[in-house]
Design a protein around this ligand. Structure first.
Ligand code: PHE
Length: 345
């Protein structure tokens, strides 16, 4: 029994050997737990002669306190070491080079589209977006281009297989002009809308792509004339290309406008003197336009004897190519970052 009172050394050695607080807990239990060695000593008191009991009890209590103290000191040391280890794991090296996230940039087509919307909304135009899948009626017939009209060939396109119960063929729209009809059917003059969107044609070379974007404009009110169109186009050319840009109208033909014009802008690259970009002419064709054909107004229930209007349609890729000197339309859809990076702010 007496030698058991020397447990302090044993307990200290075992506790010192504990590698972490979990192992120390095991040692604690071994000595001070319910079935621990010190607890056993306390329980053995009843077997000791009554007169020796107080002295024995005192010793056991002193032993317990001494062991508890040791354990507490060792526990503190272990906890300190563990905390240090945890903090070391969380340490941040502030001298490490940072990871640079690259800022994206708007695609040139989006950029030009946004600039056009900005420019024209400043003149009071509202944006209307029509569907990309159209009926023949909106894309051609209502635009004064009946089924046998040769102008349909120029815009030969992608037809969709007719579904059951479907009266009319559907197609991928060839022009945002389809939106003119949709707007005039819903809204009575005065009308001033801008309609951006994707269009599709079976065309494919360095300056034509089977899918491209157009920006359509339509103004209908009392007393609208070709002069209003030209005034507005001059403003557009100055804001879009350069302060000194001029426009010129050349006679053209579109079934849905009468008269129809092709609009050229003076070459911003050579200032109109003639260069390779404008093929020596000093002018660059940028859009088609004209006075809305009476038949189109009639098709939409607008009285052509009271109202008149003009419409224009431009290719957004074409404007982007002119503005940024891009020589092949394919570059715009290839998604090559080396090309796209050049448009970062
Ligand atoms: N829709 C015509 C085209 O795709 C352009 C245009 C629009 C012409 C509006 C006149 C008026 O070529």
């Amino acid at each position: 029994m007496e030698e058991d009172l020397d447990l302090l050394q044993e307990a200290t050695e075992e506790a010192e050997a504990a590698e972490d607080s979990r192992a120390l807990y095991e040692v604690k239990m071994k000595f001070l737990g319910r079935t621990g060695k010190v607890t056993a000593l306390l329980k053995s008191m009843k077997d000791i002669a009554a007169e020796a009991r107080p002295a024995f009890g005192k010793k056991v209590n002193a032993l317990r306190e001494a062991i508890e103290e040791k354990f507490a000191a060792i526990e503190e040391r272990l906890k300190g070491r563990e905390l240090e280890k945890k903090l070391a794991g969380e340490k941040i090296d502030v001298t490490m080079p940072g990871k640079r996230t690259k800022k994206g940039a708007l695609h040139p087509v989006t950029r030009v589209k946004d600039q056009l919307i900005d420019l024209f909304s400043g003149m009071g135009f509202e944006v209307f977006e029509g569907p990309e899948i159209e009926t023949e009626y909106y894309n051609f017939t209502a635009l004064n281009t009946p089924a046998d009209h040769p102008a349909r060939d120029m815009q030969d396109t992608f037809y969709l297989e007719a579904g059951s119960g479907q009266k009319e063929s559907l197609l991928l729209r060839t022009q945002t002009s389809a939106g003119q009809i949709r707007v005039m059917e819903k809204k009575k003059p005065p009308i001033k809308i801008l309609s951006p969107g994707r269009v599709f044609r079976s065309d494919d070379d360095a300056t034509h792509s089977p899918m491209f974007h157009q920006m359509e404009g339509l103004v209908v009110d009392k007393g609208i004339t070709l002069c209003d169109l030209q005034g507005m186009l001059d403003e557009f050319a100055k804001k879009m290309f350069s302060e000194t840009s001029k426009t010129r109208l050349r006679p053209s033909y579109f079934p849905f406008t009468e008269p129809s014009v092709e609009v050229d802008v003076s070459c911003a690259s050579c200032g109109g003197k003639g260069c390779s970009l404008c093929k020596g002419t000093g002018w660059i064709e940028v859009l088609g336009a004209g006075m809305v054909n009476r038949r189109v107004l009639e098709n939409c229930g607008v009285d052509p004897d009271v109202y008149s209007g003009f419409a224009f349609g431009m290719g957004i890729e074409r404007i982007a190519m002119l503005k940024y000197g891009i020589n092949n339309i394919k570059l715009l859809t290839e998604n090559d970052v080396r090309f796209l990076e050049q448009f970062e702010d």
